[in-house]
Each structure stands twice: as C-alpha cells, then as structure tokens.
Design a protein around this ligand. Sequence first.
Ligand code: ZN
Ligand code: FE
Ligand code: FE
Ligand code: ZN
Length: 286
Amino acid sequence: MSGARTILPADYHTHTRLCKHAAGEPLDYVRAARRRGLPGIAVTDHGPTPLEYDGRHRMEMDEFPDYLRGVETARQEDPSVLLGIEADYFEGCESFMEGWLAAHPFDLVLGSIHYLEPPPREKNELRHLWDFGAIRAAWKRYFELVGRMADSGLYDVVAHLDMLKRNGSRPLDSDLRDWALPALDRIARAGMAIEVNSSGLRHAVREVYPSPQLLRWAREREIPIVFGSDAHEPEQVGFKFDLAAQQARECGYTQALLFKRRIGSPVSIDGSTPTGRPLASSGSRI
Ligand code: ZN
Ligand code: FE
Ligand code: FE
Ligand code: ZN
C-alpha cells in the first residue's frame, strides 16, 4: 500500500474456509482489514444452493450456522463487520433465493453469475464462466443472465461484472455495446449497485472487473459502486484498492456505497469528506 493518506474504500467481497477453496475465518479477514486501515469489511462467502449446484465451491446448507457464528465472533472484536453473502444467480434459483435471503439478517447480498448453464440435478461438472471468454455467444448469454438477475430484485450488488475476461479474452467493443448496455439499463432500473472488484489484477487479464468502459457506462446511468478484493485468503483483503479507487475516480465516480441491513448510503472516495461517514442518509437502495 502506498501513502498513508490514501483514502481506501471498505472491502465488500471476502471469503472464508467454508467454501472449500479459501483459507481463514471471518476474524482473520477482519483483522487484516484493520491492519490495512480499511474503513469497513463485509464477509461474503459463497452461499449454499439447492440442487447441489456447484457444491464443490461453496458451504453446505448445514454449514451456514457455522458461518453465522464465525461472523458473530468477528463482530465481538469489531461490531461494524457486515454479514454478507455471495449468492449465485442461475436460471430457476429465484424461489429458493427469495425465501433463503429473506430468512437471514444480511447486510449485503452480492449477486454473482459463475456459470452459464442451469444447475444439473446430479453431480455437477459445470464449466467456469471464464473458460468461455473467447466465445461471443457466451458474452451475449452472460449479459442476458445479468439482466435477469437484476430483474429478479433479489440482490444488492452485481459482483465482478465482466469476469468472463478473466483469462484475458475480451469482447469486441461492438458486442459489449450491444449486450452490456441493456444489462446496465436493467441494473440501473433495479436500483442495484455494481462491484469494482480488484481480483482481476491478480488474474491473467490484469484488469479490474469491470473494465473502464463498463464503469463509465455505469456512471452515466448513475449506478452506484462498492469495492471488493474477492479475498480468498486474509492477506488479499484490500488488494490493490488504491488502484481500484483511482480507476473508479477516473471513470467519474466520487462516491461508493456503505451498506447496513441491505440499505446503501453514499460516502466519498475522493477525499473531499472523510471516508466512513455517510454524506446523506438516502434511506433507499440506490
Ligand atoms: Zn470463490
Ligand atoms: Fe464470485
Ligand atoms: Fe467471491
Ligand atoms: Zn467471487
């Protein structure tokens, strides 16, 4: 991390050992956030899904109470820790998600699309999203799913918007315009935010999710942002947030949202007011 006076945003995307491909307890991530001087952190591990949907990369349904206990333990040290979840969107998930998300006191629900296919009923052998990055039809399908996720009204924030590019395959500008703009319009209409996710800087693409072009289009539509490192180990908390915040500012953003009980309120990310203090209590989901 660079200069001590750099204004860093809260980290709203972190995992735990429960998802089977990350390390550490919520408390480890919370302590890492404090060491970095971040103004806040949300624990957002991969939530359980029915139909054994991608069970290899998420907590089991009967592990969810362990997750809640882990966040509670972290809160004993820092009461500001947000209880979040990274919830998948896939075709047919709506009735489960609606009931399950409403049944728990989440502060923040990230909506993520990790797969293009609907869930198989048996053991899943789903291909990761980013394995399709060079295929035009995959980008089209992906942004259609993003639009449906927005229309569902079930999620607060679209996570890692253009993660198909993870392996370095980017879409044509004209395709992005044709497919991403309608998705962004639906995100705006739903009152959702999007995540500026710095994990792309660790991946082959070496670029924040979403790209500057997408972020500018989001800004034009007044879609709010949050920041996430997608940390899968405590050392990754706040990963390159100075660069991510700089990119957001270059795309015209001066504010990010702070969440509590699924309500977002804007805070400055450009140093004009102290980070962590709401500029206005909007009381709305924007
Ligand atoms: Zn993960
Ligand atoms: Fe994800
Ligand atoms: Fe994640
Ligand atoms: Zn993720």
